[in-house]
Write a protein that binds this ligand. Structure first.
Ligand SMILES: C[S@@+](CC[C@H](N)C(=O)[O-])C[C@H]1O[C@@H](n2cnc3c(N)ncnc32)[C@H](O)[C@@H]1O
Length: 261
């Protein structure tokens, strides 16, 4: 499966995805992952940044509101249409364009920083995407990205439950199994059934790597590893999002920051 095929799947997902996330049903993104991501993000005021795989633009907008001058790309035309609509409604000076993270339409050493939120593990040839991020960032600039935590993103996983059915443990079954475009089908569990039963599930091609493969890819392509975070549901978050307690049993996400020397 190549990036064009991946783009077609995301074009199919984009309308319902945008509807549901803009109604607030990506609760892990809104309440767990993005807050941790932006807490870890260095100061970006007046810097020029690139968002790679921006989707409908949720994290792009947060970055722009922090004072960065942001360009954002996505392989899905439909997502970029929704992102542009949102820019028209609430102008933040963001330039959205359709492009692949594996072939960025920018010159070398162009950006002060790049981000990629939950998109690299969805890209065919994510090694090329890391090389491209490195190429377009200036020397001294950083690249910060979040991915599904490679140790726990096992599609064959099982939960261990107590007598009340509460999840108390997690069984990883196939950590080393490669996923090279295998399709995962799901929809946001927080959204009410009355809404989702009228929608098609998302179909998401997945490209997995082990933890050491991700880290070695960054090192082999010239980046210096700088900081890591495994977001979890602390007591504050649990008050707003009690079902998110499972992100206390295991970390669903991994955030990595690295720098171009
Ligand atoms: C899980 S969504 C994340 C969207 C957004 N960053 C967010 O955090 O809400 C993954 C995104 O990666 C995009 N994507 C997949 N392959 C891509 C590629 N080769 N280049 C750019 N974007 C890609 C998809 O279209 C989709 O928007």
């Amino acid at each position: 499966m190549d990036n064009e095929d991946v783009g077609r799947y995301w074009d199919e997902n984009a309308e319902n995805w945008t509807k549901l996330v803009r109604m607030g049903y990506d609760r892990y993104r809104n309440l767990v992952n993005s807050p941790a991501f932006f807490k870890m993000l260095p100061e970006v005021l007046n810097l020029e940044g690139l968002d790679i795989g921006c989707g409908e633009g949720y994290n792009t907008k947060i970055t722009a509101k922090l004072g960065a001058k942001v360009t954002a790309i996505d392989i899905s035309k439909v997502f970029i249409q929704y992102a542009n609509q949102s820019e028209e409604k609430e102008p933040l000076g963001i330039k959205y364009q359709v492009a692949s993270g594996t072939n960025l339409p920018f010159s070398n050493d162009h950006f002060d920083f790049a981000i990629a939120t939950m998109s690299l593990m969805d890209m065919a040839d994510n090694e090329k995407a890391i090389q491209e991020a490195y190429r377009v960032i200036k020397s001294g600039g950083f690249f910060q990205f979040s991915i599904l935590h490679p140790c726990f993103a096992d599609p064959d996983h099982e939960w261990v439950r107590n007598e009340e059915g509460k999840k108390i443990g997690f069984v990883v079954k196939n950590y080393f199994k490669k996923h090279n475009g295998e399709l995962e089908e799901w929809i946001f569990g927080a959204a009410p059934k009355e809404i989702t039963e009228k929608m098609k599930n998302f179909i998401v091609p997945r490209f997995s790597r082990t933890l050491s493969e991700w880290l070695n890819l960054l090192i082999e392509n010239g980046f210096i590893l700088e900081r890591f975070c495994e977001p979890y549901t602390d007591d504050e978050i649990l008050k707003k999002f009690p079902e998110g307690y499972e992100a206390w049993v295991i970390p669903w996400f991994l955030i990595i920051r690295c720098r171009k020397p």
